[in-house]
Design a protein around this ligand. Sequence first.
Ligand SMILES: [Zn+2]
Length: 395
Amino acid sequence: MTEVARPFDIVLTGGRIIDPRNGIDRVLDIAIRGGRIAAIGKALDTSSAGEIRNVSGLLVVPGLIDLHTHIYHKATAYGVDPDPIAKRSSVATLVDAGSAGAGNFAGLRDFVFAHSSFRLLAYLNISYPGIFAFDRDYVVGEAAIDELLSVEHCVEIAARNRDVIVGVKVRLGIGTSGSIGMLALERAIEAAERLDLPVMTHIGKPPPTYAEILARLRPGDVLTHCFRPAPNSAVDEDGIVLPALLDARERGVLFDIGHGMGAFGFASAESAIAMNFKPDIISSDVHALCVEGPAFDLLHTMSKVINCGVSVSEAVAMTTEAPARAMRRDDLGHLSVGASADISLIEPHAAAFPFVDVAGIERTGNLLLKPHGLFVSGVPVEMGPRDWESRHYLV
Ligand SMILES: [Zn+2]
């Protein structure tokens, strides 16, 4: 008896499919069946498909992954509600970057993750209370107090939540780790080694310096805020990338944008990218103080980085395959047949467009990525309002 293939549930036709993992960047059709990618090819048979959607002119990419967000909504003053952010920016997976520590992770899991239809994951803060005091002009550093940096507690809670915890977060800089920065990093690495997970480290104003942090990071660890403005910029006064960055990249340390409120400067980004030192990962670091600018969300941050000299297909790799690999989540970030059907539909909109960095410096770009649609596990998600864009910009 021959097995009859079930018809496709949905076929998206005529879009530009960019799937860096599988080396695909061309116009093809893609079919979904049972929540998974069923086929990719030229002129797929749509005769018995449940739904056919013509997506000509759109980018069809693996469900975007925002590796650095703050979504401990209402439990932290700066946390944003993940669902509206995902809906307005076509993002399938949001990763909280250390809002919670061992002492309050259960709330992030039960009060936020459990109520969302998006994929939510987290780095667990090495500091027991997570990031507990962060507001405009008001920061009490969670990594500056030795007694809060409990390896034991971090390991215990991360081990119990391995399905959603992807690494250990630490925030280094004078404002967050005070005078004990390198000690905080040592604790994070010790916990990560016991868990066999990567570390994500924030870099702020020194101490410690960029070079001191990088010297200690291991292959696969992530440095976020990589193109922060001086002090502690990726480039020297002449705009030359620091040798420490080149060495660290050679060893496999990953560089992530983490835009946020204070961590993306055109001077750093443009100089580094001009020297072909591109980020490995683009993330927004979206939180309540930058969600209305200057970071906005992942799609906007991608647009900004593209206008600094990264190609569209590179930017897609930096928000799909690269963050999935950084989290060691091989199941995410690609459109292989059999993979979960997380798909972002993006409209590349050509327009003279003003982008602003964290210092208020403006650049006119020529491409803006706009959300058009999203599937999570094959289920279509209704896009949310993006009215802020017209409030801030006339396009
Ligand atoms: Zn952050």
